[in-house]
Design a protein around this ligand. Structure first.
Ligand code: FUL
Length: 488
């Protein structure tokens, strides 16, 4: 009798388990292409990193050197790349991209292919290698390291001929083989024009599309640093946001349609917003300087961007499906200036205070529909690898976040699960405050991340409504925060 009972119990448990597994095993969600590759996904997680413009122009007080400068002019008095890395790290940045060679052609490393480098400068008695020092400092501080190598070279006598392309690739090879892992390679679109060119002092225009034979150079980067993402106007991996002001488009699709890729494409504006039906996944990067100039100019010491401006830039880049590449013009000492440090610190404190507490954690969340096996709780587990999906037929779901105790808040964050593609075309955010729902924001695309600011108010619940989507909606994360007031 006992045996029989045990058998009944076991078979009941087995059928229950079978029932549960049949009902809750997640169905797989169909991807909506184009999709990011693993290197783009890794890059997308960085969100905020530094550009450093430091080179010959720092000492000639220029933005674009003509190419006739003398290596002796490069002479920082107290250069300390560890200070750069420490400042970047303490500012919450995840990496540094350095202008290894700008348009004037001066190389910050002792390149074997030119005399126009730090080797012939008084700095460290010609024995210095700034790229080595910086790459080591980045390693020490746990930062990614990236290089900017200007395709245009106003110093080189061969610029405009096929020989220069060999020189350019030789230099690129040095940078990509001698300094460890590189996370991003940055190719500037400005190229061709007048210059010194070994004493020719003339104008040299190039056919930007064909002269550089970009496919071969891209292949070289892939061979030497397969994990590195390559930036230029339309990619191949990361695209330009289309301005140098720090503002991404309100509508930003990571997919774009493109039929060619080269630095200096004349029609880059068509890439700014991306295209809903784009064929290639090429997310934007927002590059902007913390001062008016990319390079250091003492007369701009009091024009460092304020906290308010930097916060605005952050919300309009990281918060608009882009990344923020914030430039620090290192000064003639070879240090990040005190004023720049102060603004960076203020931004870091602001971001820490804002995002330290997500009011959604542990709260009740309810979606209008859920695909079988996908729980709303994945939206607030702070884990980018888990996600929730609406039912396959539901392209306009709503998700409500109810707070047990009302809070004062002013910032909403939402992320799509981009490994399955970018889907949302338009959305609205509503707030329940004093028992009344009101709409606080209407927007278009989301992608990797959307940050929405609204007036500080008591929030009892938030309703996130998708008004239009390319397919069922897949969300990875959401947050509700209280940003501090800005008093500067
Ligand atoms: C531009 C360059 O011409 C500027 O000097 C700067 O390097 C900026 C990031 O890109 O195209």
């Amino acid at each position: 009798m006992k045996k029989r009972l045990l058998f009944i119990k076991i078979s009941a448990i087995t059928s229950l388990l079978l029932f549960l597994s049949c009902n809750f095993s997640p169905v797989s969600i169909a991807a909506v292409g184009p999709l990011p590759n693993t290197h783009q996904l890794e890059w997308q997680k960085l969100e905020y990193y530094a550009f450093i413009h430091f080179n010959m122009n720092t000492f000639t007080n220029k933005e674009w050197g003509y190419g006739d400068e003398k290596p002796e002019q490069f002479n920082p008095s107290a250069l300390d790349t560890r200070q750069w890395a420490r400042v970047a790290k303490e500012s919450g940045m995840k990496g540094i991209i350095i202008t290894a060679k700008h348009h004037d052609g001066f190389a910050l490393w002792p390149s074997a292919y030119t005399e126009h480098s730090v080797r012939n400068s008084p700095w460290r008695e010609g024995k210095g290698d700034l790229i080595r020092e910086l790459s080591e400092a980045c390693k020490e501080f746990g930062l990614k390291f990236g290089v900017y190598l200007s395709p245009w070279d106003r110093n080189h006598p061969d610029y405009g001929t096929p020989q220069y392309i060999t020189y350019f690739r030789n230099q690129l090879t040095e940078l990509l083989t001698q300094y460890g892992e590189v996370f991003e390679v940055w190719f500037d679109g400005a190229n061709g024009g007048d210059g010194y060119y070994g004493g020719a002092n003339e104008e040299r225009r190039v056919d930007k599309r064909n002269y550089y034979d970009w496919p071969t150079t891209i292949k070289l980067v892939r061979e030497l640093q397969p994990q590195a993402v390559i930036f230029s106007d339309a990619g191949p991996d990361i695209r330009w946001v289309g301005n140098e002001k720090g503002y991404a488009n309100e509508t930003t699709w990571s997919p774009i349609y493109r039929d060619s890729v080269y630095a200096g494409m004349p029609d880059f504006q068509r890439f700014a917003a991306g295209q809903e039906k784009g064929t290639h996944w090429i997310p934007t990067e927002t590059d902007v300087s913390i001062r008016p100039g990319w390079y250091y100019h003492p007369e701009q010491d009091d024009q460092v961007k304020s906290l308010e401006k930097l916060v605005d830039i952050y919300y309009n880049s990281v918060g608009l499906n882009s990344s923020l590449l914030l430039n620090l013009p290192v000064d003639t000492r070879g240090l990040v200036h005190e004023n720049d440090q102060a603004s960076l610190r203020a931004l870091a404190e602001f971001l820490d205070k804002t995002f330290k507490e997500n009011f959604f954690l542990g709260q009740h969340i309810k979606a209008s529909t859920s695909e079988k096996g996908y729980s709303e709780s994945s939206i607030v587990d702070q884990d980018l690898t888990t996600y929730w999906a609406s039912q396959s037929t539901d392209r306009t779901p709503t998700v409500e976040f109810h707070l047990e105790t009302a809070v004062e808040a002013n910032t909403f964050m939402i992320q799509e699960y981009i490994p399955l593609g970018q889907r949302i075309k338009s959305f609205a955010v509503e707030i329940l405050s004093s028992g009344k729902w009101k709409m606080v924001y209407q927007g278009s695309t989301i992608g990797n991340k959307r940050l929405v600011r609204f007036e500080t108010q008591t929030v009892e619940a938030v309703r996130f409504k998708v008004n239009e989507s390319k397919a069922q909606v897949v969300l990875s994360n959401a947050g509700l925060y209280r940003a501090p007031e800005i008093n500067d």
